[in-house]
Design a protein around this ligand. Structure first.
Ligand code: SAM
Length: 236
C-alpha cells in the first residue's frame, strides 16, 4: 500500500490520518495496528510507516525510515482541451503516470465542456501517483482559455503543438531536433483546433507543430501518445 499524505514527513514523525484515508486503510484494505505501508507527500521523499492507531474515523501512522529521497519529475506539462468527464479523468490520470509536472485544462474555440471539476482531477492525480510509485503529484491548474494562456506564455518553455491537420513534422523528429528543456504538450478537443488558433500556434517561435501519425486520434489517445513520444525522445 502506498498513500499520499498532506503532512510533513520526518524521522520519528507521527502523522494523523484524515477520515477518508483511515476508512480506506482500515475498512477497505483491512489493515490494523502494526501494518506497514509506504507514504509520500511530494516534498519529503518516500517513507516506510507503521500503523500506530487504527479507527474508523481516524488513525495514526508512525514513520519508520525514509525509503527514497525526494526527486523532481521531468519538466513536462500537459495542456489539453477538456472532453467528456470520464475521458478528461482518464487524461489527468495518464498525464500523471506519464510523468507530467503540471496538468492544465485549456478552453479552445471548439471545446464542448464548459466546466472542469479541478478537485476531481486532483483526486485522480493523487490516486495515479499512489499507484505508479512516483514521489510527486502533478499540479492541476485552474482551466484557462487558450488565448489567455498564449498571451502570458513564457517563451522558454517549448510547446509540442499536436496538430491534427498533418502540416506538422512527425513529433519524434521535432522533439529530437529541439532537444531537452522545459516542454508543454498541447492537445485539442474532439472538434480540433480552429484555423485561427492553429495559425496563432504555428506563428509562435516556441511552439512546434507536430504530427502523431496519419490517423486522427481521439483527444485522450492523442494526449497519451504525445506524452509517450516525449518520454521516448527526451524524458526518462
Ligand atoms: N475533429 C478533428 C479532425 O477531424 O480533424 C480531430 C480532432 S482530434 C479528435 C483531437 C486532438 O487530438 C487534436 O486537436 C490534436 O491535438 C490531437 N490529434 C489527434 N490526432 C492527431 C494526429 N494525427 N497528429 C497530431 N495531433 C493529433
Amino acid at each position: 500500500i502506498r498513500l499520499y499524505l498532506d503532512a510533513p514527513l520526518a524521522a520519528d514523525g507521527v502523522v494523523d490520518l484524515a477520515r477518508e484515508q483511515a476508512h480506506y486503510l482500515f475498512v477497505v484494505m483491512r489493515q490494523a495496528v502494526g501494518a506497514r505501508l509506504l507514504v509520500f507527500n511530494g516534498t519529503d521523499g518516500e517513507w516506510l510507516a507503521e500503523v500506530a492507531e487504527a479507527g474508523k474515523r481516524g488513525g495514526q501512522l508512525r514513520l519508520v525510515e525514509q525509503t527514497r529521497p525526494q526527486d523532481r519529475p521531468p519538466d513536462l506539462w500537459l495542456m489539453f482541451a477538456p472532453v467528456k468527464k470520464a475521458r478528461t479523468d482518464f487524461i489527468a490520470e495518464k498525464a500523471c503516470e506519464m510523468g507530467c509536472r503540471r496538468i492544465v485544462p485549456v478552453f479552445t474555440r471548439h471545446t464542448n465542456s464548459e466546466r472542469v471539476n479541478v478537485d476531481r482531477l486532483r483526486a485522480h492525480a493523487v490516486e495515479a501517483a499512489e499507484q505508479c510509485g512516483i514521489l510527486t503529484v502533478p499540479e492541476v491548474a485552474e482551466p484557462v482559455a487558450l488565448d489567455r494562456l498564449l498571451a502570458d506564455w513564457d517563451a522558454n518553455r517549448r510547446i509540442l503543438f499536436c496538430d491534427e491537420s498533418g502540416a506538422g513534422r512527425p513529433a519524434r523528429e521535432v522533439l529530437l531536433e529541439a532537444g531537452p528543456g522545459a516542454w508543454a504538450v498541447l492537445t485539442g478537443p474532439e472538434g480540433g483546433f480552429a484555423p485561427e488558433e492553429a495559425a496563432r500556434l504555428r506563428a509562435l517561435p516556441c511552439a512546434h507543430a507536430a504530427s502523431l501519425g496519419p490517423r486522427i486520434l481521439r483527444a485522450d489517445t492523442a494526449a497519451v501518445a504525445a506524452l509517450a513520444l516525449w518520454q521516448a525522445s527526451i524524458g526518462d
